[in-house]
Design a binder for this molecule. Structure first.
Ligand code: UDP
Length: 250
């Protein structure tokens, strides 16, 4: 043990198995579209920090940085076809995340809800469980595999199936606010909200299907900023700034 590592405080993660949900835009960094390699590498390093604490981590990404079905449909596309394109965008992001994690020595598997054997594994729950028990990061791609759903719903679904004890939703802000903090300087951050608050106050956190699924399966959702380096490790230890969504305040 080096002098430096001896000085490092022992991590104290509060969760055993966590699903990290990020929108596709999180991987975009300062760009207008697509993937920013430096941002993806930084997020991968943040994930590694949490894996190194002994936390089992799985990941769901969206595809807002590439394509969203609703915007395709609003431009006259068939909605199902547009959603298929959105789900394929998610696969692109998942492979990018996998590559960045493996570059720094984190073992990963991508499992897709849409079968594409030459590219990645199909989603098989028991296999995914096994991977996670072995310390591999499983990246769940292609959302739920069905059109008319969102990647947030895919995240709630996989977190339920994997018996995760937290959905960590990494966003561009450090929690849930009374109003959009980018537009309203008076907006106040909540430390805790209930699932019902999100639905009744129409807080723009996750869509209703995703929230209901998390609620039914009693999985808390932690909203935090994925933009700050080292933040994922901080919030997993209950430190730093975030909002918790659950039935009762922690
Ligand atoms: N999508 C889908 N079914 C799913 C998950 C996602 O059809 O189960 C499609 C849908 O078109 C969506 C796109 O994939 O717009 C990208 O997902 P999302 O919009 O949730 O991405 P994010 O906003 O998280 O980047």
């Amino acid at each position: 043990m080096t002098a430096v590592s001896a000085m490092k405080p022992k991590p104290h993660p509060k969760y055993k198995r966590v699903l990290l949900k990020m929108s596709g835009e999180a991987l975009m960094g300062p760009r207008e579209f697509g993937l920013d390699p430096a941002t993806v590498a930084r997020i991968a390093a943040d994930v590694k920090d949490v894996v190194d604490m002994g936390v089992e981590v799985c990941i769901v990404v969206g595809a807002g940085n590439i394509f969203r079905g609703v915007s395709g449909a609003s431009n006259g596309m068939d909605r199902t076809t547009a959603d298929h394109m959105g789900m394929l965008g998610i696969v692109i992001n998942a492979l990018c995340m996998q590559n960045a994690l493996e570059n720094i020595g984190v073992k990963t598997r991508v499992q897709s809800a849409i079968q594409m054997d030459q590219v990645c594994e199909p989603y098989i729950r028991r296999k995914a469980m096994r991977h996670m028990e072995k310390g591999r990061v499983v990246i769940f791609a292609a959302g739920t595999g069905n059109p008319y759903f969102t990647s947030d719903t895919g995240a709630s679904l996989r977190a339920s199936e994997m018996n995760c004890d937290l959905i960590a939703k990494g966003t561009k802000v450090d929690g849930i606010y009374t109003a959009d903090p980018f537009k309203d300087p008076q907006a106040k951050k909540y430390d805790h909200v209930t699932y019902m608050d999100i639905l009744t106050k129409d807080l723009k956190v996750m869509d209703a299907t995703a929230v209901s699924l998390a609620r039914e399966n009693k999985i808390p959702v932690m909203v935090f900023s994925i933009r700050e380096e080292g933040n994922f490790a901080r919030v997993i230890q209950g430190e730093g700034s975030f909002t918790i969504v659950s039935d009762k305040a922690p």
